[in-house]
Write a protein of this length. Structure first.
Length: 161
């Protein structure tokens, strides 16, 4: 009789990963219970509306924009990631902080925190510029590395070869 061989490791990951995942589920459950304590119907309606808005409107829009970017890049598709990543991060920050960036809740924010709310637009623009600048630096460094590997390890330019 052949006995099935048991795997040496659990298929779930390391014990640390399981602990972190359990803690994140516990924290999410606690936050969900606290969030739904008050007006649970409006909160649930907001979540359903946000999911529908994302899946039916936003996802097709940014998928089409990404597809157009890839088509425009043509043979240089590897370079698309250097635009895609900072653009996605910048748009995510805009989506999360839109009421403050757009100045729609400036009075409420100022009353609740006694801090000025007029700095969010400038900070978001600065962070967007930093993201695109860092992406350009990474692109330049990788381009130089690729060029050096094509020219050889001695650092000769194609004209010297």
């Amino acid at each position: 009789m052949i006995r099935p061989r048991l795997p040496r490791r659990l298929p779930f990951g390391s014990p640390l990963q399981l602990l972190l995942l359990s803690c994140s589920f516990a924290l999410s459950a606690y936050a969900g219970v606290r969030l739904l304590e008050g007006d649970w119907f409006d909160v649930a309606l907001w979540f359903v509306g946000a999911a529908l808005l994302h899946d039916l409107v936003l996802l097709p829009l940014y998928a089409a924009a990404d597809r157009a970017l890839v088509r425009a890049a043509g043979e240089r598709r590897r370079r698309v990631g250097f635009v895609r990543v900072p653009a996605a991060l910048s748009l995510l920050l805009l989506l999360v902080w839109f009421p403050l960036i757009g100045g729609q809740v400036s009075a409420r924010y100022g009353a609740a925190t006694s801090l000025p709310a007029d700095r969010f637009l400038a900070r978001w623009l600065l962070l967007t510029a930093v993201l695109f600048g860092a992406s350009a630096l990474v692109f330049a460094a990788r381009s130089v590395r690729v060029m050096r590997s094509r020219w050889g390890t001695k650092g000769r330019t194609p004209e010297e070869s």
